[in-house]
Design a protein. Sequence first.
Length: 473
Amino acid sequence: MMPKILKLALPFFLLPFFLLPASKIFSQEGPPCQTREECEALLKKYEEEIKKYEENIKKTEKEKKTLQNQIFLLKQKIEKLKLEIEQSNIMISDVSLQIKDTEESIKKTSQKIEAQKRKLAEILRTVYEMDKKSLVEILLSEKSLSGFFDNLTYLEVLNSKTQDLLNVVKDLKASLEEQKMVLEKEKENLENVLKMQILQKNESENLKKEKENLSKLTEAQYQKLLSEKKEIEKEAAKIRARIFELIGVPQAPTFGEAYELAKWIEKIIGVRPAFLLAVLTQESNIGKNVGQCFLKDPKTGQGIRVSNGEKVNRVMNPTRDVPYFLDITKELGRDPFNTLVSCPIPSIGGWGGAMGPAQFIPSTWIKYKDRVKQITGSADPWNIKDAFVAAALYLADFGATKRTYDAEWKAAMIYFSGTTNKAYSFYGNSVMAIASRYEEDIKILEQSMTFQEPKLFSLNFHPLFLQCHENSF
């Protein structure tokens, strides 16, 4: 049941921006679009509506923090997320149509190759039959000299046609390989959109819970809540003790511990702590929902879901990742068939296989392994310290050390999908929003240090950062 909403006396300047719920603007059943053109038009329409909400949200955030304004702000964010989720549905339809077109193109190209191969086989059979006869036999079998030369000319034409057909088959094969690469990329795009939608739905649920809680307060209670947040010592203690959730580790650190580690990494690599922690939080949010799997068949990449033992296809790419994965686990003394990796998102043909808190696939981890080891003395993707360092190195490689909004946003996007495709903007935007919240938490932590002598936090001896390695540093 939906929580009761307080009637708000909205400020006059906000009224033009008060929008209808997303469900009223775009209510439809079944796939949101049937053609690529329809999808593109709908995406443009949604983008315009989302921009209106963004303008409204920015205006409200600049106003005084009252309970009414805060509830109104949350409502606008929820409605904006509804639109973004619907926009993701359109993107899913759009990419699905692309996949369908590419699969049809692959089918036609394969049929063309088979047709050319049949023609080639017929020619080769004819050439073979003629090759079995000597020139003397051909000459004696012909009544005239011209007939003999006609046969030789025919044989030359056949050989020429054979070469032409071979070239055609070669070109078609190259085209087929290119189409298959396009198909794989399109499936990766679809997987990214679905992951992004997971994050959008999570954020929507969080906002709804926050709005429901605020709706139960009076203005006086809300203002008291705000003032309590200014009690730095009390708030700092809460922040330090808060669990910093991570995927793929048996025991997650507190936020205070994770921040201390991120500060240490900042001195070495230069990535802003709040930004690094935000990326790892985002990856954990995806990982928790995608689920956890074990690889079981290295030849096919098939595995099982840990929670129920169900068989899962495409747990790990058998050519791109499995060989590296087997090397990584062997070096670490791990059982490769009982080591947690991420599951693929069902029914889209993408691959799972991401490892540890930073969610690196084996073929990417191997590129960073030696650099991580130079810094930490070890290279274990399931070790919190090593995973943090690997993530920071990756983000630094793509410009995060510039520490500007645009540079960090770009680095986050590349971390997610290898591109800065605006279709995945929600991921980058969400990371930067989380980083902004973490920055506020960090300010409180740092402020609190001026009021008390800091407690020693030794990364060298803390048990959470010594998993699998007795002398990690």
